[in-house]
Design a protein around this ligand. Structure first.
Ligand SMILES: NC(=O)c1ccc[n+]([C@@H]2O[C@H](COP(=O)([O-])OP(=O)(O)OC[C@H]3O[C@@H](n4cnc5c(N)ncnc54)[C@H](OP(=O)(O)O)[C@@H]3O)[C@@H](O)[C@H]2O)c1
Length: 344
């Protein structure tokens, strides 16, 4: 089997396509011949050596990738839900950029009839993230207002789709004009193009009394403004800090930019949260991989919404596995919309 292996942190050239022995399942495990693997911004952070769960729980070498689709090729003893040849998709704690993936049965689901392999591979990570943020961490009433940063990206576009499915009123923020129509097509009530408009002025015009929730993975560039944009009882849901990371074509980490970003990170005072009646919530799903309750609930509910036609497959840009460096270059550029997948 072939897989991408990163032996040490660095630029795109660190993504090495290597040949390794075929995988054999242990009891309860399933081997899948991968057709496609989803690319997430987190994979770039893994390559740079700045992704906390990869550093703490795996180390080097590492194969990135949290999600995949494919066909069941080997079954460990005791596996009951699948047979050889079944088309499936699922999640994996790293190792997704691989022509074979071996996971526990509970990490796999039948391929939705409405999705092709590319679309299914790009679905789990961003939709489970969006689901956790919107439905497992907070309880937002129907027609609650949400502000979604990076709304044209993978997680952002999944948040917009879930918001539309559950009757939330979403305002999407994008960093470049070519994303505006795409974000509108996902059901955003308003779209703010911060490359052309004064973000916080328009935010105030749209919701003078503030939003019920703001979903923000930018970091110090927007965390404070997002907090200010909340109404009392509002929640700032912080789930990343890509703004402190580089956007250069070279793919090199910029430690100075990251250090400056960390220095600019706002500090939140619990007493002020109390008097403002606002909440700050943070999460990172990669540290919650053993929480079967969250994963099972999210997957089941999302699958139901797909079957009911409430969610469209993600818009996908595919690359061959040998072009993994180009896929990383694209997501690092900040210019991509929807999802990127690698094909085998
Ligand atoms: N906490 C969790 O469990 C969890 C899970 C999944 C993802 N995430 C985080 O969610 C964010 C989105 O992930 P994704 O995989 O869906 O990526 P993505 O949204 O497809 O791409 C990132 C987006 O962020 C914006 N951006 C701003 N500064 C950037 C920079 N320096 N470099 C690159 N992009 C920049 C760009 O949109 P605009 O310019 O239009 O704003 C870009 O489209 C990431 O920060 C990721 O780490 C967190």
């Amino acid at each position: 089997m072939r897989k991408i292996v990163i032996h040490s942190p660095g630029n795109h050239q660190k993504l090495c396509l290597e040949t390794h022995p075929d995988l054999m399942p242990n009891p309860g495990e399933v081997v899948v011949e991968t057709r496609a693997a989803g690319v997430n911004y987190a994979d770039v952070c893994v390559r740079w050596g700045v992704y906390e769960s990869a550093k703490r729980l795996v180390g080097w070498p590492i194969t990135p990738g949290f999600e995949f689709s494919g066909v069941v090729s080997k079954l460990g003893s005791g596996v009951e839900r699948f047979k050889i040849g079944d088309p499936v998709f699922g999640v994996t704690f790293f190792n997704g950029y691989s022509s074979q993936v071996c996971v526990l049965e509970k990490q796999l689901y039948p391929l939705p009839s409405k999705f092709n392999f590319d679309e299914a591979a790009g679905f789990p990570a961003v939709f489970l993230t969006a689901y956790h943020a919107l439905f497992q961490l907070v309880r937002l009433p129907e027609s609650a207002s949400i502000l979604v940063h990076s709304a044209g990206g993978g997680v952002g576009s999944a948040i917009l789709q879930l918001a539309r499915a559950r009757g939330l009123m979403a305002t999407g923020v994008v960093g470049s004009s070519h994303k505006v129509e795409y974000v509108r097509s996902l059901g955003a009530e308003h779209v703010i193009d911060k490359s052309k408009e004064d973000l916080w002025k328009v935010v105030k015009q749209i919701r003078p009394d503030g939003f019920d929730a703001v979903l923000d993975a930018n970091g110090p560039e927007t965390f404070s403004g997002s907090y200010e944009a909340l109404r009392p009882t509002g929640k700032l849901i912080a789930y990343g800090s890509h703004g402190i990371l580089p956007q250069s074509h070279s793919g090199r980490m910029n430690y100075l930019k990251a250090a400056m970003g960390l220095l600019r990170m706002p500090k939140f005072d619990p007493l002020k949260l109390i008097t403002d009646n606002k909440s700050l919530i943070g999460f990172n799903l990669s540290f919650l991989f053993d929480r079967d309750d969250l994963l099972t609930e999210g997957f089941r509910d999302l699958q139901k919404m797909v079957e009911q036609g409430l969610l469209k497959p993600p818009k996908v840009t595919p690359f061959a596995i040998s072009e993994a460096h180009e896929a990383h270059r694209l997501i690092e550029s900040g210019g991509s919309t929807g999802k990127i997948v690698l094909r085998f």
